[in-house]
Design a protein around this ligand. Sequence first.
Ligand code: NI
Length: 137
Amino acid sequence: MSKLVRFGVSLDEDLLNQFDRLLRQKKYTNRSEAIRDLIREELVKKEWTENREVTGAITLVYDHHARELVTRVLDIQHDYHTCILSSQHIHLDHHNCFEIIVTRGKSKDIEALFQKLKAVKNVKHAGFMMATRGKHF
Ligand code: NI
């Protein structure tokens, strides 16, 4: 870890009050940690827009009785096998399945994988979480 640097920030009082209210809601105990998280979030977004090597998670909820859907979801995952580290399938109830797909690769490939899975007919919900490989911060 590099050395800690202090710096001053000037901003409008109303904006700061709103920020402090937000921090209390989010259970932050100080402004520094909240600002660090905001900066990290922006840096992760930047990695994704620059098509860098990233990690991410895709979640799907679907009814496994829709057989064509299951085949399609598997076909797509095999097309992108180089981007998939693991997948976990949870049987939520008699009908519904929940799948978590952990990915690593170029952000554009992972986004394409997500869009293809999301677009499969009868997928009830598709979620996406951008993460970082953590190399740069
Ligand atoms: Ni299932």
